[in-house]
Ligand binder design. Sequence first.
Ligand code: ZN
Ligand code: FE
Length: 252
Amino acid sequence: MIVEIIPCLSDNYSYVIREKETNTISIVDPSEFEACDKILNKYKKLDFILNTHHHIDHVGANLKLKKKYNSKILGSNSDKDRIPGIDIFLIENQKQKIGNLEFEVIFIPGHTKGHIAFFFRKEKIAFTGDTLFSLGCGRIFEGTYKEMFNSLNKIKNLPLETKIYCGHEYTKSNLNFCLAYDPENIHLREKEIDIQKKLDSNEPTIPSTLSDEIKTNIFLRCGDPDIKYNLGLKDSSEIEVFSKLRDLKDAF
Ligand code: ZN
Ligand code: FE
């Protein structure tokens, strides 16, 4: 499985997945036709389009690509009326093949009601859309704090070596937020150097790994005593800490 990163719009990422044995080409969250097609032209085909959620910056190129390559579009069953051109309706925990690859559908509502992640267990790769970002999480547009919190915990339970491919390059501003409330975290300081290096050489900060995220992403660290203390929420539950952090980040 080879993952190719395609920067789209101002800060979106689409991902081309190549499976060589059966020459199956798929794309995750194609936002912009031209940028995606430039890469796909190399392969002259596109078998599958995978959408994490219905937002336009994740499905914008669905119909044009489907028309050009006769691709099949896969998305959440709960978004069947909102994902343009959808052919295959995915449900929670479903296993789905694309060529010789297999992914599991992880249902992670919160950012939207039908948000899903694609987890390739054998390859330990997850596409998390706008739910888990590197050092951050998505805004809660359609779901509840509780839903988003539970969704992040589902991702948190994947194998630690899992590579995280998310929907946006928000890492730098997420980093600044993490540093504001978790300044003593030594892993975060290390990550800061690594991120700056990548950004200075114009490289994506993606993928991250789940183990890195658990050590540095404040939204996955709601039980940490230092963070609770810094927020003045020493005796609060993790969900209360999470909700407070999400509110602070919305205004950051
Ligand atoms: Zn979105
Ligand atoms: Fe987005």
